[in-house]
Design a protein. Structure first.
Length: 322
């Protein structure tokens, strides 16, 4: 018997960006079991039932009012340009405050882009890590100094509250949620259905306005490709820089410009991702998984998986073994 799908309710406010409003339905709707059963039930509601103005030249009509929020396992708040009442004094407008009061204390909260302003205005982000679109980070920090803002992250997972940067980072976050809920195999199938990468490296630094590099500036793509084919080995910064015939200093600077993270952080991300796949899709002993992913020891892999996923290798395998 198929378990009851996880209920996701997306709150559409006036001024909503249509692309971001559609992300949860598209990504969660593509998350299915191997035999095709839906794992999520996605519904869209408004502060009132009926037409919702968008920032485009068309409106959308939602079938559900704010009462739908009471039955949600996860609530998603996409970006809306009509946030004047929030951005002026950091307070929620009355209709949004009333809608939030319908949400259970046990509901997981998610924001896409500047939807984080609504979560912060509701006091849900006080003392917690969060992110938002890089163009709005300064205003966000001024309004909500009590929030631990990470302006460089594509998304932040703080347990029962998750926030993402702008636009396509909402895709990254929704795929991350699928991966967290049902494992990498389900998330990868959903990504393939939507023809998007299952994981993007780096952070918002890649997309912030900055001087255009010289046309002949070398990329670090060859080094990254080489590293992925040698993850089982001990890889030093010197090894990576040598693949691009760069000095370590130049390589490190160029790598961070391209990927938004340091080479060392990127390597850990790749090793953790490889470990997830092997734990899900193979019967290899845990120590062999650690060796093939380049962690060296089971203890090292356990430390990095706990830091990234909050579980041990054996715990992850028990939960997500295909």
């Amino acid at each position: 018997m198929t378990a009851t799908p996880h209920r996701v309710v997306v709150l559409a406010r006036h001024g909503v960006i249509p692309f971001e409003l559609s992300i949860p339905a598209r990504i969660f709707g593509a998350a299915r079991t191997a035999d095709g059963h839906s794992l999520y039930d996605v519904r869209t509601c408004g502060l009132d039932q009926g037409p919702v103005r968008t920032d485009a030249d068309f409106d959308v009509v939602v079938k559900h009012g704010p009462e739908a929020l009471a039955a949600a396992d996860t609530v998603v708040i996409p970006a809306s340009y009509e946030t004047t009442s929030i951005s002026r004094d950091g307070a929620l407008p009355h209709d949004l405050e009333a809608a939030f009061e319908r949400i259970s204390d046990h509901t997981r909260m998610v924001s896409i882009c500047t939807g984080a302003f609504a979560l912060a205005a509701a006091g849900l982000l006080d003392g917690r890590r969060a992110t938002t679109h890089w163009r709005s980070t300064q205003r966000f920090a001024e309004l909500f100094p009590q929030v631990k803002l990470d302006p460089d992250a594509l998304f932040v997972d703080d347990g029962d509250i998750l926030t993402s940067a702008g636009v396509a980072a909402g895709i990254d976050l929704c795929l991350h949620i699928v991966r967290r809920d049902f494992g990498a195999a389900v998330a990868n199938r959903a990504a393939r259905r939507c023809v998007v990468p299952p994981w993007r490296d780096g952070g918002q630094a890649q997309y912030v306005d900055q001087p255009v590099p010289e046309a002949d500036a070398p990329s670090t793509a060859d080094a990254r490709s080489w590293a992925l084919s040698h993850l089982d080995q001990t890889l030093s910064l010197d090894d990576l820089a040598r693949q691009q015939a760069m000095s370590v200093r130049t390589f490190t600077r160029r790598f961070r410009q391209e990927n938004g993270v340091s080479p060392g952080q990127w390597l850990i991300q790749q090793r953790v991702d490889r470990a997830r796949h092997l734990l899900e899709d193979s019967d290899l002993p845990v120590d062999e998984v650690a060796r093939r992913c380049g962690f060296g020891t089971t203890a090292s892999m356990r430390q990095h998986l706990r830091a990234s996923l909050g579980v041990s290798p054996s715990g992850y395998r028990r939960t997500f073994r295909t």
